[in-house]
Design a protein around this ligand. Structure first.
Ligand SMILES: [Ca+2]
Ligand SMILES: [Ca+2]
Length: 284
């Protein structure tokens, strides 16, 4: 199915596969050589990445936050003492298609619900599908790509804020910063389903659509509280590992469900029309 929208497009991908893109694997930047906030791609069809400086933040929500759930506690201090790179955007259909065309994604062609938007976030991909994608990226670039840990995800979502959303405490900021479910939103954001990546304003770390558009798989096994959660940014490898944590809310959910502390979960093999992923890359 042809898709339109921002990005290289299916025709461009085919051209690369046919050898017309001589610099397919050309490195266009290197995370290790970049300052925090610097952006790079490891190949022409690789996702745009931004270098994130480590730091400390308080994970979870206060009991006074409207709409919060008990699984967002106990609040705890997390210190990430390393740099890493995070995807500037959610992985798009075009980026998934590059992997599939190169034989790296099990020939899985996720259904796009007929929306026909290559620059929109890929949907209908399971956690296991996301693992296959990051393994392909790692194999082909020689770098370590992976999903964000849940702690890293909240760190880059908050981008230095402690408010319910990264735009502040007012739901009304949603239409500038995020694609949410229109029926319950305080405004019309212009998108009934997924929006092309980067259609809304970024947060302070330069990341787009962290809140809203699609839920994003994280690396972590599901646990229904932060009791005994790691405090160093690492992934949680204990708990219910057949269920994985997803974050950020989506085009289907109310703005209150887009909060930075909001947590979601589903079986690792499930594919949903409002669930995709964002990648991370380790910087040594
Ligand atoms: Ca919307
Ligand atoms: Ca998102």
């Amino acid at each position: 199915m042809a898709r339109t929208g921002a990005g290289i497009g299916v025709d461009g991908l085919v051209a690369f596969v046919l050898g017309l893109g001589a610099n397919f694997w050309a490195v266009t930047g290197t995370g290790a050589a970049q300052e925090a906030g610097g952006q790079f791609r490891d190949c022409e069809v690789c996702p745009e990445m931004v270098v994130v400086r480590g730091g400390s933040f308080t994970m979870g929500s206060p009991s006074t936050e409207v709409g919060r759930y008990d699984d967002e506690e106990p609040r705890h201090r997390v210190t990430i003492d390393y740099e890493f790179a995070a995807g500037v955007y959610e992985i798009t259909f075009d980026e998934w298609d590059a992997c599939a065309l190169m034989g790296g994604c099990r020939n899985h062609s996720p259904r796009d619900s007929g929306w026909g938007c290559g620059g929109c976030p890929v949907i209908s991909v399971s956690w296991e599908d996301a693992q296959v994608y990051v393994e392909w990226l790692s194999r082909t670039t020689g770098e370590h790509y992976r999903l964000l840990t849940e702690a890293e995800w909240e760190y880059v979502a908050r981008a230095g804020t402690q408010t319910a959303w990264y735009w502040g405490e007012a739901e009304s900021g949603q239409c500038r910063y995020a694609n949410a479910g229109d029926t319950s939103a305080p405004c019309s954001d212009g998108y009934q389903n997924t929006a092309p990546a980067g259609s809304f304003e970024p947060n302070a770390f330069g990341l787009y659509d962290v809140l809203g558009n699609v839920w994003e798989w994280t690396a972590d096994c599901w646990n229904d509280s932060y009791s005994d959660a790691p405090n160093d940014g690492s992934e949680r490898q204990t708990g219910n590992c057949s269920v994985r944590t997803a974050r950020g809310g989506s085009w289907l959910t109310a703005p209150s469900t887009l909060r930075s502390a909001q947590r979601g979960r589903t079986h690792a093999g499930n594919r949903h029309t409002d669930l995709g992923f964002r990648v991370a890359r380790t910087i040594n």
